[in-house]
Design a protein around this ligand. Structure first.
Ligand code: TRP
Length: 329
């Protein structure tokens, strides 16, 4: 069975893009592969050093993951920092990572440009820590966005380098997991592209009904079709994409027909869209709140996840230490 590993930095809430994109695929993937899902709280420290931010963000993401349907009894759901074996592998892999190749990473250059006041070594070695996350479970597949592909390439380089240097085959080379046709790209509400955390164009799973309605009603539109069957501008096409994800097919057909006959009123479309988004997200929101307030449950999930992750990690570390000769007895 293949091993899949996915990490998320503990900054920000999950939005519709996460939910209808990767998350819904993960829910199914849980039954087809050995899945590891974790919260990269150590990575967050490279840019977000405040302890209170970290603590509450971990709880939020964990609650949101659980409420969305990740099952801690099927998958391994854990917090990065609760698996110290990751940090140990990180130290060992640092000996194989060259300063030059880390300095050339696009995300490093981007981050030092944005945080000139805090160019810490953690930023430079970010890809080595990420490689440790992946290699410690000897993962085959890693679902990553475009911005993380270079990091995954470094994980492959380090896996290969380790295997060659020590004449072993401890690490498989992790490949990008491609959802292919299954991945719906959820557009943002400003008509410019993908729904994202930082763009402020998103609807979050924890948004209440009023907020959702307000955000949808404010979504960018155009002045309306003037000729029958005229092509759709990107803003309107985006609204239809969202509608096709959350609404019944006949609702989509109804508004498409109205668009094609130039009788559409965007206000009506938006009202329907907001109502249908709420149908999906409000039950999840309620679950998030219930889980978030259930500290004993969260604690139990975290302990159970850490234990499973550590069992897997220990086995790899054993082989690594053996290969590197850092274990005498
Ligand atoms: N760097 C990833 C991001 O910012 C998060 C991450 C950390 C990750 N470790 C990982 C993702 C390992 C996949 C595998 O999105």
């Amino acid at each position: 069975m293949k091993t899949v590993l996915s990490g998320i930095r503990s900054t920000g809430h999950l939005h519709l893009g996460n939910y209808f994109g990767a998350l819904r695929n993960f829910i199914e993937l849980q039954h087809k592969a050995r899945c590891f899902f974790f919260i990269a709280d150590l990575h967050s420290l490279t840019t977000h050093p405040k302890p209170e931010d970290n603590r509450s963000n971990i709880k939020i993401i964990l609650s949101e993951y659980l409420a969305s349907g990740l099952d801690p009894d099927i998958s391994v759901l854990f917090i990065q920092s609760s698996v110290p074996e990751v940090s140990e592998l990180f130290v060992l892999l640092n000996m194989l990572a060259y300063k030059g190749e880390l300095e050339r990473t696009a995300s490093f250059k981007d981050k030092i440009r944005k945080n000139p006041g805090n160019i810490n070594a953690g930023l430079l070695t970010y890809p080595v820590l990420m490689a440790s996350d992946i290699l410690i479970h000897r993962a085959h597949w890693v679902p990553v966005g475009k911005d993380q592909e270079q990091h995954l390439e470094i994980a492959r380089v380090l896996a290969r380098r380790f295997n060659n240097m020590y004449g072993v085959s401890v690490f498989p080379e992790p490949q990008a997991y491609n959802f292919g046709e299954d991945l719906v790209k959820i557009p943002g509400l400003d008509g410019t592209g993908k729904m994202g955390k930082s763009e402020g164009n998103g609807i979050y799973l924890i948004d209440d009904e009023k907020t959702i309605r307000k955000k949808v009603m404010r979504a960018v539109t155009d002045s309306g079709p003037v000729k029958p069957n005229s092509p759709m501008g990107p803003e309107i096409a985006n609204l239809f994409t969202l509608l096709s994800v959350v609404s019944e097919p006949d609702v989509v057909t109804h508004f498409k027909e109205q668009y094609n006959s130039c009788t559409i009123r965007y206000g009506d479309l938006k009202k329907q869209l907001a109502a249908d988004i709420c149908k999906h997200t409000l039950p999840i929101k309620a679950k998030i709140e219930e889980i978030y307030n259930n500290e004993p449950y969260l604690k139990q999930v975290m302990e159970q996840g850490a234990e499973k992750a550590r069992t897997s990690a220990r086995q790899t570390l054993e082989l690594v230490r053996e290969a590197m000769g850092v274990k005498l007895f």
